[in-house]
Design a protein around this ligand. Structure first.
Ligand SMILES: *[C@@H]1O[C@H](CO)[C@@H](O)[C@H](O)[C@H]1NC(C)=O
Ligand SMILES: *[C@@H]1O[C@H](CO)[C@@H](O)[C@H](O)[C@H]1NC(C)=O
Ligand SMILES: *[C@@H]1O[C@H](CO)[C@@H](O)[C@H](O)[C@H]1NC(C)=O
Ligand SMILES: *[C@@H]1O[C@H](CO)[C@@H](O)[C@H](O)[C@H]1NC(C)=O
Length: 536
């Protein structure tokens, strides 16, 4: 008897204690219908290039009519006029997308003094220098930058736009390359980067991210990567406590979706390296967009089949326009500098105008079929949709108590209201999207090719993760690698970094610390890279 009472007492006190601690750690309530936002950022294509021709079947979309053109010489009104075409299939060479190239594309000339000098900035931006800039790059580039895809060539996007929503006023956050724009997606600033900033790439970018805000609010996030997660450019994501939020896409994404385990904020990263067994699927030229289409199809169908589908939204966007023509003027009025940081010499860019318009698609059973979303209404008269709209929307969707990350996400339009137009989720969303059978590119991956600028940056990141950055070869390690070698190097570096982090956690290391690897540790198994020491 006495024993039994004692046990009961113990049982009850245990219950009381655990319910108290549950109360304490319970994530705060998410009010709206969306509990999971999945973000997928593809590479280097403009809106008109990818979705512009959808206007022919959906006139509400601000796309192409066929009348859009650029002249070969913007200062000569009689020079040859090049019109948009609808025959894009694959793009072999990479159009211009340096800071200067983009400035010329947008304003028709590379105005010196545009940023600092007395020259007035033309508003609206004429968007007339794409051809002139391309002419200067290579033979044939002109046709490439003015080309767009026929809707039937990209059947997965055509189907998603028809079934869900397209945003036809979503801009890159910075008129510059991949990295700065990818930073805005998760932190509403590039911390002053208007291109590759080597020092910060080594140490990791220090700014606050939306991941930090989610963490503070006891909400969950996960990054599903393929070769190497570019999100590891953020210093705070390298902390030990976040190590277990990095998941191998192939092994975990479908499994988590099927088991209803997807976290609140899901970032899916592509394969950035084009290799035979697993061709790149990021849509970057010269990669085959057929793989990008199959990848998007797989992500959609996985979410559609998940028990979490009715609480899910998927946002697909592109980091930047990649040098391709777009006719919508880039916003240049009322855009706030996020954090007071001015870009480096020689441009001293003030981060006060946006980049070119990029394709953006919003998918959810809470979204009305065939919705076309234009400008946001607020929070300011000049607010626009741009990559900072993602953290801004996450804050509202999940009712985060943390502050905005910067002045930019406080300013950016949000898309949470589009989930509140219905009382119940739709039940007519397709389970399958069209098959993409044919390759769009007549050849396969070229593993022997040298690396693009972004791939070199990814290798710099990899060598930071595995400790090789202290070796002499840094930062030029990637310059001598082929795409095939780089892929292997990056994947090895990531798995070693994550493995070391998990071990450190098991050994009780402080979760706020970052694992720093020594190259001697690395070269044990990574000794294939000739010029680096095999071991000490
Ligand atoms: C473009 O046109 C201007 C004005 O006619 C002319 O001065 C200039 O030489 C032309 N540029 C080229 C590259 O042909
Ligand atoms: C083309 O490039 C040359 C040098 O690379 C530059 O001097 C010239 O201004 C460029 N022309 C145009 C029209 O951009
Ligand atoms: C996209 O363009 C940037 C230049 O703005 C380039 O550095 C990068 O290599 C491209 N992306 C990829 C994945 O190659
Ligand atoms: C872990 O490190 C952080 C930052 O260095 C420190 O503030 C914290 O007190 C440490 N926690 C423990 C349990 O040592």
């Amino acid at each position: 008897m006495v024993l039994r009472e004692l046990l009961l007492l113990l049982f009850f006190s245990h219950l009381i204690i655990s319910s108290q601690s549950l109360e304490f750690t319970k994530p705060h309530k998410i009010k709206g219908p969306i509990k999971t936002l999945v973000v997928l950022v593809m590479e280097n294509r403009s809106f008109d290039h990818v979705l512009g021709w959808l206007k022919s079947t959906q006139p509400g979309i601000d796309g192409l009519t066929g009348q859009e053109s650029n002249r070969v010489n913007t200062s000569d009104p009689n020079s040859h006029q090049v019109f948009v075409t609808d025959d894009a299939l694959y793009v072999d060479s990479d159009p211009g997308h340096s800071f200067q190239a983009i400035r010329e594309q947008i304003f028709g000339s590379d105005y010196t003094g545009l940023e600092t000098g007395p020259d007035p900035v033309p508003d609206p931006a004429p968007m007339n220098g794409f051809v002139q800039q391309a002419e200067n790059m290579s033979e044939g580039m002109t046709r490439t930058v003015m080309s767009g895809f026929k809707p039937e060539v990209l059947p997965v996007y055509t189907s998603l736009v028809t079934e869900f929503a397209v945003l036809d006023r979503w801009f890159a956050s910075v008129p510059a390359s991949t990295q700065p724009n990818r930073f805005y997606v998760h932190s509403a600033t590039s911390h002053g980067a208007s291109s590759n900033v080597r020092k910060d790439l080594i140490n990791g970018f220090p700014q606050r991210t939306i991941f930090d805000s989610l963490d503070e609010n006891n909400l969950k996030f996960g990054i599903y990567y393929q070769n190497i997660p570019a999100t590891l450019f953020f210093k705070s994501l390298r902390k030990l406590k976040h190590i277990n939020k990095f998941h191998n896409y192939a092994l975990k994404f479908k499994m988590h979706a099927k088991m209803g385990l997807l976290p609140n904020y899901v970032v899916i990263e592509q394969r950035y390296f084009d290799v035979d067994i697993l061709p790149a699927n990021d849509d970057h030229p010269s990669h085959d967009m057929a793989y990008g289409q199959r990848f998007v199809k797989e992500v959609y169908e996985t979410l559609r089949a998940s028990p979490q589908w009715k609480e899910c939204a998927l946002l697909i966007t592109y980091d930047e326009h990649g040098g391709f023509y777009d006719h919508v003027p880039t916003p240049i009025t009322g855009v706030p500098n996020p954090d007071g940081i001015v870009g480096p010499d020689p441009f001293y860019f003030r981060f006060n105008r946006l980049g070119v318009r990029v394709p953006t698609i919003l998918v959810s059973p809470w979204i009305e079929k065939g919705l076309v979303i234009h400008e946001p209404n607020g929070p300011t008269p000049h607010s626009q949709f741009e990559h900072s709209s993602i953290p801004a929307t996450v804050k509202k969707l999940f009712n985060l108590k943390s502050n905005f990350l910067t002045k930019r996400d406080a300013w950016a339009g949000t898309f949470d209201s589009y989930f509140n137009l219905r009382d119940t989720p739709r039940d007519d969303c397709p389970e399958k999207l069209p098959e993409v059978e044919k390759a769009l590119r007549p050849w396969g991956p070229r593993e022997g090719a040298s690396l693009s600028e972004f791939q070199v940056e990814l290798i710099q990141l990899a060598s930071q993760l595995n400790g090789d950055h202290v070796l002499n070869g840094y930062p030029h390690i990637g310059n001598t690698m082929t795409v095939g070698e780089a892929n292997q190097y990056a994947e090895d570096a990531v798995s070693r970094f994550l493995e070391a982090g998990r071990t450190a956690l098991r050994l009780g290391a402080n979760g706020s610390t970052v694992v720093t690897m020594r190259p001697s540790l690395t070269s044990r198994t990574g000794g294939d890279y000739g010029q680096y020491p095999q071991s000490q």
